[in-house]
Design a protein around this ligand. Structure first.
Ligand code: EPU
Length: 427
């Protein structure tokens, strides 16, 4: 697994005009594995995670855990975390700020050790990302939380089971509440909880470790506190966002792609949308196949929490709209700044404009190749898909973002017939 993040000077050169075809398998989900690694803090001993993706966020998360006293070994698709009886409660500022998902140590540390100090992650390229609901959840369980010199400090003498209702089904705030409540005294009930498959995966790991949780995957999660957890071995759930990226790439390039290692129900709404634009979609228990003949039809998309259309696929939806026949309106309901992606599509000759939460895109048969910038993981993947539909070679800059969340991105694109190479533009 790549220990060093990609240089900021590296770009992808994508040659347009190829059609994605073939079979690809997806590894475990970024947005699950990072949380599962943090959950390992909750049990003394060796927790083993398999099916881990080879992405730069995994070694970054390992560094956060090492600074707290864990021994972390990464080998192939397996991550082993050996957690001592007592771990530190102050996250290293530099290690934690390298990835926003370091927030997920908050619930496990407060749950097991009743204290945590974490450098407050700033907003990022996709919009502001406050932690107020994480704090409210911990406060409901009896902790006190405060800001101190840019760090979030959470403390408790004991945690007591409590009811808490989220005003919005936040993924992170659901995880913080559930992980903290698992070792609290008594029963906790979380209402309006996030229902993402990654939440279910975390609850499955916690349950295997001895937690008593019911309702994961529904809007109400009930947690009966237990005294302690034990380490186990667990397989990370497949990455639905990566899987859907290949599906959308198949439609955009009028290709034919089979994706394995994923329950197609996790992206049911996306596959229905692709049927709506004209694709043929077949599904099995842990695979799906998408093929497209002719130009896709324009369709509107609006992002919503699971089971709605994921915000993490919004750039791909805009890229798809950019080559579709007609006018599409894409509505973003979670992260306002994700519409920066539209500016990159305009560089590629697309007639597009944004108005608040809405982007209007009139598609073109073929895009103009251009030099474009990835502002986050998903925008990067969307730009590569767009580059495949352009007339010449598109340079996608700042691809270190893509390496944070896609295992062997270039290898997978090439195995499907895409023409892509990695270059160091600083040479
Ligand atoms: N929010 C608040 N207060 C909070 C927490 C969230 O106002 O205390 C707001 C956010 O600002 C946002 C909305 O609630 O507008 C939803 O945020 P959520 O908490 O659900 O997102 P997250 O947990 O910070 C995870 C993923 C994101 C993904 C979102 C939504 C991880 C590490 N990140 O973020 O993934 O977009 O859920 O599905 O799990 C990505 O993988 O590229 C990525 C950004």
């Amino acid at each position: 697994m790549s220990g060093n993040p990609t240089s900021r000077e590296e770009s992808f050169l994508v040659t347009g005009g190829t059609r994605l075809a073939g079979e690809v398998s997806v590894a475990g989900a970024k947005n699950s594995v990072l949380k599962l690694m943090a959950v390992a803090l909750m049990a003394e001993g060796r927790t083993t995670l398999t099916n881990c993706p080879d992405i730069s966020d995994v070694p970054a998360m390992a560094e956060v855990l090492r600074h707290l006293g864990c021994v972390v070994e990464i080998s192939g698709d397996t991550v082993v975390i050996d957690t001592p009886a007592d771990v530190g409660h102050v996250a290293d500022d530099k290690a934690a700020q390298r990835l926003r998902a370091s927030v997920c140590i908050l619930g496990p540390l407060v749950g097991r050790f009743h204290r945590a100090v974490l450098s407050m992650p700033g907003g990022d390229a996709i919009g502001s990302r406050p932690l107020n609901w994480h704090q409210n959840g911990l406060n409901a369980l009896g902790a006190t939380t405060r800001m101190d010199h840019g760090r979030l400090v959470a403390e408790a003498t004991e945690l007591r089971g409590a009811g808490y209702k989220l005003s919005f089904p936040s993924v992170g705030a659901t995880e913080t509440f559930v992980t903290a409540a698992v070792l609290a005294k008594g029963t906790s009930v979380l209402e309006n909880a996030a229902r993402e498959p990654e939440i279910v995966d975390i609850c499955e790991l916690l349950t295997e470790m001895g937690a008593k949780i019911t309702g994961a995957g529904s809007s109400t999660i009930t947690i009966e506190g237990v005294d302690e957890l034990h380490p186990v071995s667990h397989r990370v759930v497949g990455d639905r966002i990566v899987a859907a990226t290949w599906a959308m790439g198949a439609v955009m390039t009028r290709g034919d792609v089979k994706v394995t290692g994923i329950d197609p129900m996790f992206i049911h709404v996306v596959l229905e949308k692709l049927r709506g634009v004209g694709a043929e979609v077949e599904t099995g228990a842990d695979w799906f196949q998408v093929s497209q003949q002719g130009r896709p039809r324009a369709r509107n998309v609006r992002t919503l929490p699971f089971p709605g259309f994921p915000t993490d696929l919004q750039p791909m939806a805009i890229a798809l709209a950019s080559v579709s026949d007609g006018l599409s309106v894409v509505t973003e309901n979670l992260f306002e700044a994700r519409f920066r992606f539209v500016e990159e599509m305009v560089r590629m000759g697309v007639d597009a404009e944004t108005d608040g939460h809405h982007a209007k895109i009139r598609g073109r048969e073929r895009l103009d190749s251009a030099t474009v910038w990835a502002s986050d993981i998903r925008a990067g993947a969307g730009l590569v898909l767009a580059g495949m539909c352009a007339d010449n070679v598109t340079e996608v800059c700042e691809i270190f973002h893509i390496d944070r969340g896609y295992s062997d991105f270039i290898g997978n694109v090439r195995s499907l017939g895409g023409q892509i190479e990695r270059v160091d533009t600083h040479r």
